[in-house]
Design a protein around this ligand. Structure first.
Ligand SMILES: C[S@@+](CC[C@H](N)C(=O)[O-])C[C@H]1O[C@@H](n2cnc3c(N)ncnc32)[C@H](O)[C@@H]1O
Length: 354
């Protein structure tokens, strides 16, 4: 039993079943025992590999996307470049290498890393120690100073807590986490709440209030200060019923209620709902488009050729293999989607038909 499981069992004994959102918040963010609070879950030796860890091309192309956005904003003299949930800092390091080649950008940039994990913050600080622009760290997006902003989030939204409702023969129930003889178990607690989508008996509807609120906060910033956001995650383009919650440990699926704090917990992003939250705040939503199409539109195939040039056949094969992993329809190319949110008046961003 993980230390967090023991704490959660005590909490359930005192207060009754926990909402899934509270369970996820504790499993990922408990100050002492949360999954992201210690260690480094990314990479081959961790639990999962993210796109920036697959290849430098991912961050470089996003850096160039940011440069085009900055230009389309009228090249403001100061701009806050924000990354939400930056992991090891790899994406930002690669993005800055490409972005700062563009004339005039370096002098305008302030980088803001929004990260709750102390251990990953240290890792990011090491990774960005040599960059030539000011870098600041915050635990919340609201701490980023006002002004024009470009926001990036890769695999950030999927970590935000969700709730689940299940349709039962007697009506809707909320799927909560209860206890049975020292084990964590699912319990369906009858609820007066009715989700926006109907379902058949036995089906689950997910409610992502925290995620949509985060997108709404980003969109509000864009409307107030100008700029654009790029949100990349695995998910679906249209709202749909179904259970998408998953736990991953050691690169394998894991039971969601076993080992809380020791396995990653995520759910698929409902991009239609996220886009609605952005529009409700007055911003413009573009996409989502498939990650493969987005990266191809930004020129990943040409970049891979340049990187492979002059390399040994083995090294060149690795570059092409990484590209295939990022854009291949059976790999990350279709499952991962990209949503852009812009302030009104900005042109359609690169990769979205612009
Ligand atoms: C799946 S990792 C993605 C890391 C990175 N973006 C990448 O692509 O490699 C999720 C990241 O979000 C951070 N995180 C999780 N919940 C957060 C929150 N509420 N606020 C800020 N960061 C959070 C984690 O510590 C981690 O850095």
């Amino acid at each position: 039993m993980t230390p967090l499981q023991a704490l959660l069992l005590q909490r359930i004994a005192a207060d009754g079943p926990l909402g899934l959102d509270d369970y996820m918040a504790a499993a990922l963010g408990h100050p002492e025992h949360g999954y992201y609070m210690s260690g480094d879950p990314l990479g081959r030796t961790g639990d999962f590999v993210t796109a920036p860890e697959v290849s430098q091309m991912f961050g470089e192309l996003i850096g160039l996307w940011c440069a085009v956005v900055w230009s389309s904003m009228g090249r403001p003299a100061r701009v806050n470049l924000v990354e939400l949930g930056p992991g090891r800092g790899t994406l930002m390091a690669d993005a800055l290498r490409a972005l700062t080649q563009v004339d005039g950008v370096s002098a305008a940039l302030d980088v803001h890393m929004v990260e709750t994990s102390p251990s990953l913050t240290l890792r990011q600080q090491r990774n960005l120690s040599l960059v030539d622009v000011p870098v600041h760290w915050h635990q919340k997006f609201s701490a980023v100073p006002d002004g024009p902003v470009i926001v990036i989030g890769n695999e950030f939204l999927d970590a935000l807590p969700i709730r689940q409702m299940v349709k039962t023969p007697a009506g809707w129930a909320e799927r909560k986490v209860g206890a049975d003889g020292g084990r964590l178990v699912w319990v369906d607690v009858p609820s007066m709440a009715v989700p926006a989508m109907d379902a058949q008996v036995g089906q689950i509807v997910e409610i992502a209030l925290a995620r949509d609120a985060a997108v709404g906060d980003i969109a509000t910033r864009l409307v107030q200060g100008g700029g654009a956001a790029l949100l990349i995650d695995y998910g679906h383009a249209l709202s749909a019923v179904g259970d998408t919650l998953q736990a991953v440990k050691d690169h394998k699926y894991h039971d969601v209620l076993t080992d809380p704090g020791a396995a990653d917990l995520t759910s698929h992003v409902d991009f239609a709902s996220a886009a609605r939250a952005a529009r409700a705040a007055g911003a413009v939503a573009h996409g989502p488009v498939n990650q493969g199409d987005f990266l191809k539109a930004l020129g990943i195939e040409a970049r891979a050729k340049v990187l492979a040039r002059g390399k040994t056949p083995r090294e060149a094969g690795e570059v092409l293999g990484a590209m295939k992993r990022l854009i291949g329809p059976q790999e990350m190319g279709t499952l991962f989607k990209v949503l852009a949110v812009t302030a009104p008046g900005l042109p359609v961003p690169a990769g979205f038909g612009g």
